[in-house]
Design a protein around this ligand. Structure first.
Ligand code: NAD
Length: 396
């Protein structure tokens, strides 16, 4: 089939197998060029390993530390008529590259919130890997079925307390208009915490610990975004922020669980960038387009892989990690510099539909969005008639 992007609203419903493989190899090359991370992990479990920050974590562990990796994700395989999801192709390309490099790499494609997938993962780890010394929790999901009650919860992206009106960019029509988001009710807040809070992270660590597959000194981290004034009403102080606050509670509880092993649990604060998850959040596309312009101009722009390399080398495996008062590892310090936030705030009210491409780096945003799905790459011939299979055989 000829595979061209099919964008619907803030998602792209197809993906290009070769383009996705290209993206994975590009990230692997970046990590290889940085050199080995001293005292890095050797056996790593990444939950949410197929796209965005989780994929970058897996690549950094494997190619920056020589680690064996086990990945869990929820992706769509291709059929004869439809392409698979980007994460499916990414995971296939990663596994192949890792195996070529002599690194153990296996994956499970299924619902990480379920007991079944936790049990299967643990059985495979026991059989193949022995003990895990790093667990990365990088899930982003709009819903979660509680494995105990069977009830399904949906998250919402809404402010708390009062409605919030702000300029928002519609990435479909390239129009800019004020959008008003009504405040969440108590039920919506608690449902969002149930989906994106720390409960499932805790469940994973408890299950792994009880199965005795965590090593002495095991580390675990889950990812959050904090942001600043511009994004607080829709992120930091909104429903998703409440869920993320729950990660801080979970990190403390997990440290208790890991205490007998001398283990460590930290929330890691990462910067805002284009992923499938962030493009679904109102305001974020405009914020990120302006942020990219400011950070590219001052030379401090980073993508997932640059952030993850720094998280491993300056955070998780550093003698002097940059921790905040809540014991969180901070990798968002460049985004939160006063001069960067100040510049974004100044540009924000001046953006119009007419000057979108000059006042912001919307082009960079849009290119990166398409790239997430393997599109817009010079090295790929998008007119070529290809099979929708991953370029390598997969066993997940
Ligand atoms: P993403 O959408 O690129 O990745 C989500 C991952 O979760 C994928 O691997 C997907 O397969 C997996 N997943 C989703 N539901 C699943 C399920 N039920 N079972 C198994 N796997 C499932 O998202 P991302 O932006 O990389 O987000 C990862 C984490 O980083 C999130 O916690 C997010 O809040 C955080 N974060 C993101 C940003 C940002 O700007 N993108 C900034 C800071 C922190």
């Amino acid at each position: 089939m000829i595979i061209k992007p099919k964008v619907r609203g803030f998602i792209c419903t197809n993906a290009h197998p070769q383009g996705c493989a290209h993206n994975v190899h590009e990230q692997i090359e970046y990590i290889k060029q940085q050199g080995t991370i001293e005292n890095g992990p050797k056996n790593v479990l990444v939950i949410g390993a197929s796209t965005g920050y989780g994929l970058a974590s897996r690549i950094t562990a494997a190619f920056g530390c020589g680690a064996n990796t086990f990945g869990v994700f929820f992706e769509k395989p291709n059929t004869a008529k439809r392409t698979g999801s980007a994460g499916y192709y990414n995971a296939a390309a990663f596994e192949h590259a890792a195996q070529e490099a002599g690194l153990y790499s296996k994956s499970i494609n299924g619902d990480a919130f379920s007991t079944e997938i936790k049990d299967k993962t643990i059985a495979q780890i026991k059989q193949d890997m022995g003990k895990i010394d790093l667990v990365v929790y990088s899930l982003a999901s709009p819903r979660r079925t509680d494995p105990v009650s069977g009830e399904t919860f949906n998250s919402v992206l809404k402010p708390i307390g009062q409605s919030y009106t702000a300029r928002s960019l519609n990435t479909d029509t390239l129009t800019i208009a004020d959008v008003t988001l009504d405040p969440a009710n108590e039920q919506e807040i608690s449902n969002t915490v149930k989906v994106m809070g720390g409960e499932d992270w805790e469940m994973w660590i408890t299950a792994l610990k009880e199965a005795d597959v965590l090593s002495e000194g095991c580390k675990t981290t889950a990812y959050t975004y904090l942001g600043d004034k511009l994004t607080w009403p829709i992120y930091g102080q909104a429903t998703i922020g409440k869920a993320k606050e729950d990660l801080d509670r979970a990190a403390k509880a997990i440290e208790q669980t890991l205490a007998p092993l001398g283990g460590q649990a930290n929330v890691s604060v990462l910067k805002a960038l284009v992923t499938q998850a962030s493009s679904a959040i109102p305001i974020m596309p405009l914020y990120i387009s302006i942020l990219y312009k400011v950070m590219k101009e001052d030379g401090s722009h980073e993508g997932c892989i640059e952030q993850l390399y720094r998280l491993f080398s300056e955070g998780l495996y550093s003698d002097k990690p940059r921790l905040d008062e809540a014991n969180r590892l901070r990798m968002d310090e460049r985004e939160l510099r006063e001069e960067v936030q100040g510049a974004v705030e100044k540009i924000w009210p001046t953006v119009t539909e007419e000057n979108l491409f000059e006042a912001t780096d919307y082009k960079g945003y849009a290119d990166e969005f398409l790239k997430l799905f393997g599109f817009g790459l010079n090295s790929i011939d998008y007119d070529e008639d290809i099979a929708p299979e991953p370029s390598v055989k997969v066993n997940f």
